[in-house]
Structures are given as structure tokens and as C-alpha cells.
Design a protein around this ligand. Structure first.
Ligand code: SF4
Ligand code: SF4
Length: 426
């Protein structure tokens, strides 16, 4: 009699990492889909997109050159114009954060550790062919060098640490011109008046859709969760631009209908929140999840993984290549409110404007443990909010699933205080 031997497939470390990442992705998506009031049907495109990329490891850009960008400051208009795909490498996976911890100090920013960790494991569904690293924050700049040591082709892009002066504007313009020239040479593609104009218009149209969607969030009835909005904006990091535009147009139509129907994804009592601080990046949406799980609704944000990506549009005086490149550069410097700048009054102004425009009850300021600039800037932001009479809570967090109890207690207490404040006002 032949013995039947049961085969046990031994999981490779890469398969194990991928399985852990898929679990992180699915667990968040399931909560968003099922723990809240009926999501817009158009969100199914985005839920499916995350599953395709993070669970089924489907490549979205197999036939294109992929340009990895280490920060929001890399102009995507120029990459698109050169017929390549920008892929923002800022990463929110705890699995990758743990892998990156072997190379970086344990106190480093989790976003940076996760970004480096993904390069160590190589678990990309679309692997970048080259990487652009702007010298924005110190940790980003140093991690760029580590990635280069791993054998990746990397271009540094010098970024100024002040933004008000004519010198910093000129310095950044030169940097963008140099990046454009080097990328064009490397890809063997010419930047023309036609391709750059088309690309500026297409990215501008995506920004326009985002703005229209945001205007609907000013309504007293919230047509969409803040969590869903983070999924939409985070998808802009890696999705095909035409597909993103199509899906966002559908979502916009549906949300407009919801406003007309007075559909509210929250309740009348739910405090309205403006979110600011270190960027929430899929699947590390734990603070937004705790906020919306505690009966509040995020109506606007000031973060570089969402609102800041779409803020200012390129404003062109002359449609000549050099003028367009300079106009693209200006949009990225002027619109940036990252605390890497010496002075950052624009950020405070923007948060106050958002609170007023979106009739928010309070602000949640979250900083990643290890991100010194966001940690240091909290003092000036808290003082400014206090002066304006805007309630604000400051939270420090990382990517680990621990400390959830403490965070939940603090967030629930803050939201309760906002509800009480509202009651007293009535
Ligand atoms: S937090 Fe600042 S440095 Fe980091 S990705 Fe965002 S804009 Fe860039
Ligand atoms: S959160 Fe802080 S340390 Fe991390 S990338 Fe942004 S600025 Fe740099």
C-alpha cells in the first residue's frame, strides 16, 4: 500500500510578509466597509483597488517606467509629461515598519522606517525603476541615501528650508529645472510644450474634482466619511491617473446626490473634526478610525497624504516649456505647509481657515513618534488654536497596534467635550 504523504508548503519570508500586509489591508477595509453607515457605491472601486494592489499584488503599471517619489514635493506633472508613472513611496504598513527598524534607529519616524522596510523586502506590486528623493525632512534625506546603497538609482532633489524669500524660490526653481533635465535624459524622453501642457491640465482636473468633492463636505449632512476620503486621496499615490479621475467623478456624482437627499453618513450630533499632522497613509488610518468610531466625523484635513496634495493648482502665465516648469515648481513650494520649514505660519492659517469654512468643532493634531518637526511645531499650533478659541487635541502615535486603549480613551474624552461644548452653545 502506498503511503500518502501530505505536503506542507513552507512559506518563504517574503510570502509571510505579504500575508501580514494583506491582513493589515483587509482588516482596515473590512472595518470601513462594514462598521459605518452605508458607504457610497462608488467607493467599491477604491476598496477593490487596495485589495488588488496589497492583497493580490496586481501590477497597475507593468508597461510603464515607474518613478518612485519619496515625498509630495516631487512634481508629478513632469513625470506624467515624460510618459512615466509617479509612485509615491510613503508607506503606512506596520509589517514594513518592523522590517525597516532593523536598519534605522528605533526612534525614527514610522513612515520613513516603513518606506525603507519596503525596499528591504522588495514587496512591491509595482517596483520603482528609479527614486527621486527631495531633501525635505532629515529622515527622508538620509533614508534616500540608504535606499541608494541598496542598489536603486536615486536622484536627490534639493529643497529649501524657508519659503518666503526670493532666494528660496529661485533655488527651488533651479532644482526643479535640474530634476526635469536629468529625468528627461534618463528616460530618453523630451519634455514638449504639448505633453507638459496636457499633463498640467490633467493633474489640474484631478485637483478640481477633489475640490468639488470637498465642497460637499462643508454641508451640515456629511456625504462621506473622512476615512473614505483618505482612501481616495491615498489612491492618488499609485493609481493610474485616468482611472482615478473616472472613479472620483463617479464618487462626486454620488456624493452630490447624497447631499441633495440629505443623507448623513454621521449623525447631527457628531462633532466635526479637522485633522492635521503627520500623514495618515493606508493602512495606518488608526487615528482617523478611532475618531470616526467615536461618533465624530472628519470633515477636512491639513495633511500631505490628502488635502495638501491637491491644494494649489499650477498657474501658468506663458505656455512655454520653461515657464511651465517654473510654474510647476512654484505650485509645490507655495502650497507646502510641511513643518520642515523654519517658519510655517501658512500651516496655522490654513488650519484656522479649514475650521471656519467647514464649521468644525475641533482639531485633532497627530504626530508620529520620532517625527521631530511635527512634534516641535505642535506648541505654536496649539497656542494659535487656543487664541482662536478652537479646541484641539495633540496625539503622538506610531504604526504599532499597541497603546490603542489609551488613544481611544483620550479621543473619546475629547469628542465628548466637543459634544458638551455644542450643547452649551445651543
Ligand atoms: S511629512 Fe513633509 S517631508 Fe514627509 S512626506 Fe509629507 S511633505 Fe514630505
Ligand atoms: S512625518 Fe516627519 S519625519 Fe516622517 S516624513 Fe514627515 S516630516 Fe519626515
Amino acid at each position: 500500500m502506498t503511503k500518502r504523504v501530505r505536503e506542507h508548503k513552507i512559506e518563504t519570508p517574503k510570502e509571510k510578509q505579504n500575508r501580514h500586509k494583506a491582513m493589515e489591508a483587509i482588516s482596515l477595509l473590512e472595518k470601513i466597509k462594514h462598521d459605518f453607515k452605508e458607504p457610497p457605491k462608488a467607493m467599491n472601486y477604491f476598496y477593490d483597488l487596495y485589495e488588488r494592489v496589497h492583497c493580490r499584488h496586481e501590477s497597475l503599471h507593468a508597461d510603464k517606467v515607474k518613478v518612485g517619489t519619496m515625498c509630495i514635493q516631487v512634481p508629478s506633472e513632469i513625470i506624467h509629461a515624460l510618459d512615466a508613472v509617479p509612485l509615491r513611496l510613503c508607506n503606512g504598513f506596520y509589517t514594513d515598519d518592523e522590517i525597516g527598524s532593523d536598519l534605522l534607529p528605533s526612534k525614527a519616524c514610522p513612515l520613513v522606517k516603513a518606506t525603507v522596510g519596503q525596499f528591504v523586502s522588495g514587496n512591491f506590486s509595482d517596483k520603482p525603476d528609479l527614486v527621486i528623493s527631495p531633501t525635505t525632512c532629515d529622515q527622508k534625506a538620509k533614508s534616500g541615501a540608504i535606499i541608494e546603497e541598496m542598489g536603486y538609482k536615486l536622484f536627490d532633489m534639493e529643497f529649501p528650508r524657508t519659503k518666503e524669500s526670493a532666494e528660496s524660490r529661485e533655488y527651488w526653481r533651479r532644482s526643479v529645472r535640474k530634476f526635469t533635465k536629468e529625468l528627461s535624459t534618463d528616460l530618453g524622453k523630451k519634455l514638449t510644450k504639448k505633453n507638459l501642457k496636457e499633463s498640467i491640465k490633467k493633474v489640474g482636473y484631478a485637483q478640481h474634482l477633489y475640490h468639488k468633492l470637498n465642497i460637499l463636505r462643508k454641508n451640515e449632512n456629511s456625504p462621506i466619511l473622512g476615512l473614505d476620503m483618505f482612501l481616495v486621496t491615498n489612491a492618488f499615490f499609485f493609481d493610474d491617473l485616468d482611472n482615478w479621475i473616472k472613479a472620483t467623478s463617479e464618487l462626486l456624482k454620488e456624493c452630490a446626490q447624497r447631499v441633495e437627499d440629505e443623507f448623513n453618513t454621521a449623525t447631527k450630533k457628531s462633532p466635526r473634526i479637522v485633522y492635521t499632522g503627520s500623514p495618515p497613509i493606508f493602512p495606518n488610518l488608526k487615528i482617523p478610525l478611532l475618531i470616526e468610531d467615536s461618533d465624530a466625523i472628519i470633515v477636512a484635513d491639513e495633511t500631505c497624504s490628502s488635502n495638501r496634495m491637491f491644494n494649489d493648482m499650477v498657474s501658468v502665465d506663458e505656455w512655454f516649456v520653461n515657464d511651465m516648469v517654473d510654474s510647476v515648481a512654484d505650485r509645490y513650494l507655495k502650497g507646502c505647509t510641511c513643518p520642515i520649514f523654519t517658519k510655517n505660519n501658512d500651516r496655522i492659517r490654513r488650519i484656522i481657515d479649514l475650521v471656519k469654512e467647514y464649521k468644525a468643532d475641533g482639531v485633532v493634531y497627530q504626530a508620529f513618534a520620532g517625527c521631530q518637526v511635527y512634534e516641535m511645531e505642535q506648541r505654536s499650533v496649539l497656542q494659535a488654536m487656543e487664541k482662536e478659541g478652537i479646541p484641539i487635541i495633540y496625539l503622538e502615535s506610531d504604526y504599532s497596534p499597541s497603546h490603542l486603549g489609551q488613544l481611544t480613551t483620550r479621543i473619546e474624552a475629547f469628542i465628548e467635550s466637543l459634544k458638551n461644548r455644542r450643547r452649551k452653545k445651543q
